[in-house]
Design a protein around this ligand. Structure first.
Ligand code: SF4
Ligand code: MG
Length: 321
């Protein structure tokens, strides 16, 4: 399959300012050298604990913030340094579905207006001219037709997320970045929204970057999965291999933490010591070494790079040198 998005050594740093003159005294390395490819029509899952840089990666790809370094090649075009009009023109091709449907939609805005907005901005048509198209979109995401005239605050979380999805779909994007799209929702509606995303993917030939902290949600959605830790990808492979044969000690710990529904199957849980270190002051060598039970001398000195250790299975760990 063709590559739709290629990310090369992406870095997004935030300056830490201090003192009366607000001098830059250091950097938070939120995303620190991330590379991956997403193929047309696939769902690429990005998973990791909160604070590992998943959302910043997503936001940088959408150019909601500028990368400090690295390349973002979307549909054959390098968009890393695009600005203004040229960026605006390509931006309709990638959209975001946000984590919190309560915070991302104006509660006092009519749903018809919310979903029309991107179409009005990009096509210069009036809300009235777009009404039929917007009604059709609401229908596609499973909302009742009178939703058009209601206000966002009149809907439940799951329905609000459907409104957010309709808005993201309006411009017929190629790529949708979904950042924890169901983690603010009740468990009972999570799978409905996930299934809707899958249906829409087939219908509109969408490519997804699916960001979540919950491996079981990512598993349900993804073709390939990348595990992030402290601003970097530590393992990438297809969904089945990551569960059947996790290679990185961090991935192994994440998988061991998923509850096993069958009580007859015994599972050894790997407990991780301590918290994720601060990205403002990351450990030397392998960023995972303070929490890794396999850590060797080398791990404290040399940062492992992502290497293919089996066909289509990449891992950043000195155990596989
Ligand atoms: Fe553990 Fe070393 Fe591998 Fe890092 S490189 S995950 S510390 S074994
Ligand atoms: Mg996040």
């Amino acid at each position: 399959r063709e590559v739709l998005l290629e990310v090369e050594d992406l870095k997004t740093y935030f300056p830490i300012k201090a003192g009366f003159f607000q001098r830059t005294v250091g950097h938070v390395k939120a995303v620190d050298g991330v590379s991956f490819q997403i193929h047309n029509g696939e769902t690429f899952g990005l998973v990791g604990e909160s604070g590992c840089g998943k959302s910043t990666t997503g936001r940088t790809l959408l150019k909601l913030m500028n990368p400090t370094d690295g390349k973002i090649i979307f549909d054959g075009q390098d968009i890393s340094s695009l600005k203004g009009k040229t960026l605006r023109a390509i931006r309709k091709d990638f959209q975001m579905v946000f984590q919190d449907p309560y915070a991302s939609l104006n509660p006092m805005q009519m749903v018809g207006d919310i979903v029309s907005e991107p179409l009005v901005n990009f096509r210069g048509k009036s809300v009235k001219e777009l009404k039929e198209e917007v009604m059709d979109l609401l229908n596609k995401v499973g909302l009742p037709s009178d939703a058009y005239y209601k206000y966002a605050h009149e809907f439940s979380g799951g329905q609000r997320q459907r409104i957010g999805i309709a808005r993201a779909l309006a411009l017929r994007p190629k790529l949708i970045i979904a950042d924890e799209p169901v983690s603010a929702l009740d468990v009972s509606v999570q799978s409905q929204v996930l299934n809707l995303l899958k249906e829409l993917q087939n219908e509109f030939q969408l490519t997804f970057l699916f960001i979540a902290h919950d491996l079981s949600v990512v598993k349900h959605m993804s073709d390939r999965i990348a595990v992030m830790y402290l601003g970097g990808i530590v393992e990438v492979t297809d969904k089945n291999s990551i569960f059947a044969e996790p290679l990185h000690p961090y991935t192994q710990a994440l998988i061991s933490a998923i509850p096993e529904p069958d009580p007859r199957k015994k599972k050894q849980r790997i407990i991780l010591e301590g918290d994720v270190p601060s990205p403002a002051n990351p450990p030397t060598g392998c960023p995972f070494h303070p929490r890794c039970s396999h850590a060797m001398k080398e791990c404290m000195e040399v940062k492992p790079t992502l290497k293919e250790v089996k066909a289509g299975h990449n891992v950043a760990c000195h155990l596989y040198n």
